[in-house]
Design a protein around this ligand. Structure first.
Ligand SMILES: [Zn+2]
Length: 86
């Protein structure tokens, strides 16, 4: 690939990224190597990687993957939610 299909940027590099997989109300980070557009951040997965992620999703649902906790997901309480004004 020479150009990003979204922003037409030409700076695309192989990088290790943490792909986010949803597991119930949790997020599981799966480190994978893929091409990343350095301009807009779009990730390009090749076929084996897509298959690997699909397999991981299925294994996660059946609880076959050992996981470690690396952080918490926090949410701002609705009482302090700010309504955007146009
Ligand atoms: Zn791009």
């Amino acid at each position: 690939m020479t150009k990003c299909v979204f922003c037409h940027g030409e700076d695309i590099r192989e990088q290790t990224v943490n792909e986010e997989l949803q597991l119930n109300s949790d997020i599981v980070y799966a480190p994978v190597s893929c091409l990343v557009c350095q301009t807009c951040g779009e990730r390009y997965f090749d076929r084996p990687t897509v298959r690997h992620l699909e397999k991981l999703r299925a294994e996660l649902r059946s609880g076959q993957v050992p996981l470690k906790q690396v952080g918490k997901v926090l949410m701002i309480e609705s009482s302090s939610m700010v309504t955007a004004r146009v």
